[in-house]
Design a protein around this ligand. Structure first.
Ligand code: SIN
Length: 281
């Protein structure tokens, strides 16, 4: 498939979130295709690349074109033989979940608890619930920043947030060794995108514990105000998955939130690769 055959269709009036049709990610060496996908990713914040049928090796190879891949701290939830792939799945084997059945059930941006959080994440839908549930919400944090009052922008300028990953999942807790590896990271509340130069709010849902050097109540009140602002329909896009979708989001200027589904009756099985990013500034 030549890159000229690839179409990029924005799916919202603002241009946030676009659909890419006609790409084939099994060929990581196709430079024209890579350039087109990279440009779409930067322009739209989140893209869904339709109709993919990749192997884990092909997904890893394509993802790696954007940078080194992060290996998630949850080593028991990684694909055997391919630790670059985090299993977002409610499948079980020998009575245990093979992956994370409840990944991302809150607003967040990936791996904000790391000194170098994720640049972007590829989530490949291999099986989706037959009743069409299990959507993912995405928030445009650059547009949300731009819509703040000048007074609020000035108030946020220079503030830092503390991001810590210390919560429990549905079927397991982080081990002491995993907690020790992740003491948390401090990042600016407003960050500048290293490639587009656009400023964005950089928040982290329950991973962002508090604003540094601020009274606890003031910090909580400020974060509540910012989340209420971001959750406006003007900035949030709901993705309804189709099998074969690869959604590639830019963690530097978006947040996302996986919606619950009937996991007793339906399977939702996805492969996630995560590209490591820079230190936010
Ligand atoms: C994630 O946060 O990586 C998972 C998103 C999803 O399952 O929709």
């Amino acid at each position: 498939m030549s890159a000229c055959a690839i179409q990029v269709n924005p799916l919202s009036d603002s241009g946030f979130f676009a659909e890419v049709v006609g790409a084939d990610l099994r060929d990581p060496g196709d430079d024209a295709q890579f350039d087109k996908i990279k440009a779409a990713h930067l322009a739209h914040g989140v893209i869904v690349i339709r109709d993919q049928t990749m192997t884990p090796v092909q997904q890893i190879a394509f993802s790696k074109r954007f940078g080194p891949l992060a290996i998630h701290v949850l080593e028991d939830q990684l694909l055997a033989g391919h630790p670059e792939i985090l299993l977002v799945s409610n499948k079980t084997k020998d009575g245990k979940y093979v992956g994370l059945p409840d990944a991302g059930r809150y607003w967040h941006t990936d791996q904000s608890y790391e000194p170098k959080p994720a640049l972007g994440s590829f989530l490949f839908a291999k099986e989706i619930p037959a009743d069409g549930s299990g959507d993912t919400l995405f928030c445009d944090m650059a547009a949300a920043y731009e819509a703040l009052s000048n007074e609020m922008k000035q108030r946020l300028n220079g503030l830092q947030g503390m991001h810590i990953y210390n919560h429990s999942h549905k079927a397991f807790h982080l081990s002491d060794a995993q907690r020790d590896r992740l003491p948390g990271s401090q990042h600016p509340i407003i960050r500048t995108h290293p490639e587009t130069g656009r400023k964005a709010l950089y928040l982290g849902g329950k991973i962002l514990k508090y604003v540094i050097d601020m009274d606890e109540a003031d910090s909580a009140a400020l974060l509540d105000t910012l989340y209420a602002h971001c959750m406006s329909d003007a900035f949030v896009y709901r993705h309804k998955w189709t099998q074969g979708d690869v959604v590639f989001w830019d963690n530097r200027c978006t947040m996302h939130f996986a919606q619950p589904y009937d996991d007793a009756n339906y399977t939702r099985h996805m492969h996630r690769t995560t590209v490591q990013g820079d230190v936010p500034v």
